[in-house]
Design a protein around this ligand. Structure first.
Ligand SMILES: *Cc1c(COP(=O)(O)O)cnc(C)c1O
Length: 468
């Protein structure tokens, strides 16, 4: 056994006991540190590092984490850039004008990718993630509605937002924190996504907007934005109400432009006033960056914009946070340059191919029925066929896979489909064909084991709600 902590060796006389755990047995150092109180004295940096490092090691293996949408891999140049720019605060636009300029380049690149009609009118910003971006998108809708209502001398007491029960939890937060009534359109066996069906029952004069999701978190399915818009056109014809759409493209807004370029879901649809995405999902950047772009300054009320002085000029800012890392914005720009359109298409198409390869193979095993195939975003879900077995369920399969290191969550669908359990895989760039095959072998093995059971597994209470 080789011991590398030569400093420790030089400064202690306890010889061989170093072999046990050298960093923790230096003279004068605490051998025990309180967990929930600040320690009285300092520790050596190596000691503190080792403790945190070892604790973090107990987390799941990111490469085998098929639950998360968020990037777990970047190349070495990106890591170098990250380390070099870890000290940059995004809000210091005056001090870091180049980072501010790069932020603008990034949202302009996205606006262009999403077919914003007029670059001179478009406005956007980086955020800490899609959640903050959705809050800003929702607030702009609310503010816009308020201004119009006030102009007409009408009440602004009870705003509502129309959205599917399949939305990500950030929309529940938006409605809760900013006091907007959510008008939930239930997902059902016939309407697994918000598709415009019955929309007239939910929309009224107090509706600030409709949220459409490009890539429902539960299943990966796209909500048909153009169809929703068409339904809203009909509603406008009969009622005069002009209701706009915010697209939550947390994942899909970085897939569709490359892999489904014909699909019209973005600013090509007139009713779409704003779009958000997570730079740290299929934008392929480490956690900590999201984006929102508004079609034009008409969609983003001026009252939401704060004006900072910026190198003697004017720098409009809008965000909920003040300080936040600037490094991720630089990393986003790095990825745009590094991959270009062709590179993004290759990476995303690779993930889609693996997703569809996996979903067809899982369908063929026998007990499963696909809810989605991974042909929208590289995410798919399946359920156990009715009547297959009473001995095990998808929570059991999830547990069995976890024993092999795979994190493949099972969870109930939303709302009135909550009695339907599904299991979901999010394919990200790091999940290669090889790794997919290893997963398939383990999955088949565990299904065979579970199918071999002679009696039902003991039941715990079903898994908790799962939102990612
Ligand atoms: C992940 C996700 C969010 C939240 O995004 P964060 O970047 O994690 O804050 C919102 N909406 C959808 C559809 C998502 O998939």
């Amino acid at each position: 056994m080789s011991v590398r902590h030569t400093n420790a060796r030089q400064t202690t006389n306890i010889g061989d006991s170093l072999l046990i755990n050298p960093v923790f047995v230096r003279p004068g150092e605490a051998t025990q540190l309180p967990k929930f109180e600040m320690p009285d004295g300092p520790s050596l940096p190596e000691t503190a590092y080792q403790i945190v490092h070892d604790e973090a090691m107990l987390d799941g293996n990111a490469r085998l984490n098929l639950a998360t949408f968020v990037s777990t891999w970047m190349d070495d140049e990106a890591k170098r850039l990250y380390a070099e720019s870890a000290d940059k605060n995004m809000i210091d636009k005056d001090e870091y004008p180049q980072t501010a300029a790069i932020e603008e380049r990034c949202w302009r690149i996205l606006a262009n990718l999403w077919h914003a009609p007029d670059g001179a009118q478009t406005i956007g910003t980086s955020t800490i993630g899609s959640s903050e971006a959705c809050m800003l998108g929702g607030l702009a809708l609310k503010r816009h509605w308020q201004a119009k209502r006030r102009e007409e001398g009408k009440s602004v007491e009870s705003p509502n937002l129309v959205l599917s029960t399949g939305v990500q939890v950030c929309w529940e937060k938006f409605c809760n924190y900013f006091e907007v009534e959510p008008r939930w359109v239930p997902v059902s066996e016939d309407h697994l996504v918000l598709d415009g069906h019955d929309l007239e029952k939910y929309v009224d004069e107090n509706t600030i907007g409709v949220v459409g999701i490009m890539g429902q978190t539960y299943t990966g399915m796209y909500e048909p934005i153009a169809e929703i818009a068409k339904k809203l056109d009909e509603i406008q014809e009969t009622t005069g109400l002009d209701v706009k759409i915010h697209v939550d493209g947390a994942s899909g807004a970085m897939i569709a432009p490359f892999c489904q370029p014909e699909l019209e879901w973005d600013f090509r649809v007139d009713r779409v006033v704003s779009i958000n995405t997570s730079g740290h999902k299929y934008g392929l950047v480490y956690p900590g960056v999201g984006w929102i772009v508004w079609r034009d300054t008409e969609a983003l009320p001026e009252s939401m914009v704060f004006h900072c002085s910026y190198l003697g000029g004017d720098m409009p800012t809008l965000a909920l946070n003040f300080s936040r890392p600037g490094a991720q914005v630089l990393l986003q720009y790095y990825m745009f340059l590094r991959l270009g359109r062709d590179g993004y298409r290759d990476v995303q198409q690779g993930a889609l191919d693996v997703a569809q390869y996996l979903s067809s193979a899982i369908e063929k095993i026998g007990p499963f029925e696909l809810v989605s195939r991974g042909d929208t975003i590289p995410v798919f879900a399946w359920r156990l066929k009715a009547g297959h077995t009473a001995n095990w369920n998808l929570y059991d399969l999830s547990d069995r896979l976890r024993m092999k290191g795979w994190l493949v969550p099972a969870y109930p669908l939303a709302d009135n489909l909550a009695d339907v359990t599904v299991q979901r895989i999010v394919v990200r760039a790091g999940l290669s064909h090889d790794l997919a095959n290893a997963l398939l072998r383990d999955l088949e093995g565990e299904v065979a084991y579970l199918d071999g059971l002679k009696s039902p597994l003991p039941r715990e209470v079903a898994g908790s709600h799962f939102h990612h």
